[in-house]
Write a protein that binds this ligand. Structure first.
Ligand code: NAD
Length: 290
């Protein structure tokens, strides 16, 4: 059996088009949604992410602003910038690009973002809302994973799901979304015994670990849906960097029922869901529902 490939790039393009159409349809006099991204330091991967977010935001018809701070700027400077963006009526989404330099307390910065502008969904209030089943802003990557799963399985009730990885930005919120969709959910991680056996129970396996090729054929139940969140950079023999996921794609594609590729799977969905969150935040702030 060869798995169906879930095309994240196409799914993300459709979502971006829907968002752009909604913004296009706003009255000419209406304010456009605004996303402010804060980048501290020179992390090369972060610079690429921030650039891509800016391009996608503008393409969707939103207002994108980028705020850069030097790597040695103080936490007080960063917090003052976040406070000014919280207070800016033209800004609906505030995103502080992670990771932050070592002298900055990430939790303090995330706590300083207005929860209603917290388009990453990392503020403790939004984390709590997700766990409590209340309306909040949902982290972009798990949100995107749920849309990719919906491409191949519209009804998830009763399915067994295993989430590999327990980070606050992917693994934990992913489990909540699957639980809310009535799956029976297990979180597996670096200390799990018999990882292949646990993962093999899954009708839906989501891997968010960061170890290239960790998930082999014996981790996968025949016919399962496999969502590969991992983004790992490997140096190719030609001197070029190659992106691979956590899943050994060549093996997995022969066992799974449906699978996301890397690149072109979860990655594009993350940015599209960031735009969706920004639009949701805008609509709530403007009293337009959302
Ligand atoms: P993290 O380092 O915070 O968490 C990794 C998790 O994997 C931990 O909970 C750990 O217990 C578990 N783990 C580590 N080694 C393991 C092993 N050998 N076996 C089983 N579990 C193990 O990582 P994160 O921030 O959640 O990111 C995970 C991966 O997802 C990374 O590759 C990251 O680049 C990628 N990612 C992709 C997107 C996207 O948009 N596609 C977004 C966020 C993260």
């Amino acid at each position: 059996m060869t798995a169906r490939i879930i095309d994240g790039a196409a799914c993300a393009a459709r979502l971006r088009e829907t968002i752009a159409a909604e913004i296009e349809a706003l009255p000419a006099s209406a304010r456009r949604p605004g996303l402010a991204v804060v980048l501290m330091g020179e992390n090369p991967a972060s610079q690429v992410y921030v650039r891509n977010k800016g391009v996608a935001t503008r393409k969707a018809g939103m207002v994108s602003t980028e705020h850069r701070l030097a790597a040695d700027a103080s936490e007080a400077e960063l917090l003052a910038l976040v406070a000014s963006l919280n207070a800016d009526p033209g800004v609906d989404g505030v995103l502080v690009q992670l990771p932050l330099p070592g002298h900055i307390q990430v939790a303090r910065v995330l706590a300083a973002i207005d929860p209603d502008k917290d388009v990453d969904g990392f503020h403790a209030l939004n984390v709590g809302r997700l766990w409590g089943g209340e309306v909040g802003l949902i982290p972009c990557t798990p949100r995107g994973c749920m849309k990719l799963i919906a491409e191949v399985a519209p009804r998830l009730a009763g399915m067994t799901a295993v989430v590999l990885g327990r980070s606050g930005i992917v693994g934990k919120p992913m489990t909540q979304l699957l639980l809310a969709a009535d799956c029976t959910v297990t979180i597996a991680h670096s200390r799990t015994r018999d990882l292949p056996g646990v993962c093999r129970q899954a009708d839906i396996l989501v891997s968010a670990v960061g170890v290239p090729g960790l998930v082999k054929a014996d981790f996968i139940k025949p016919g399962a849906i496999v969502i590969d969140v991992g983004i790992n950079r490997l140096d190719g023999e030609d001197g070029k960097t190659r992106l691979v996921g956590d899943v050994d794609f060549a093996e997995a594609v022969e066992v799974a029922g449906a699978i996301t590729p890397v690149p072109g799977g979860v990655g594009p969905m993350t940015i599209a869901c960031l735009l969706e969150n920004t639009l949701i935040a805008y609509k709530r702030r403007e009293g337009l529902g959302g």
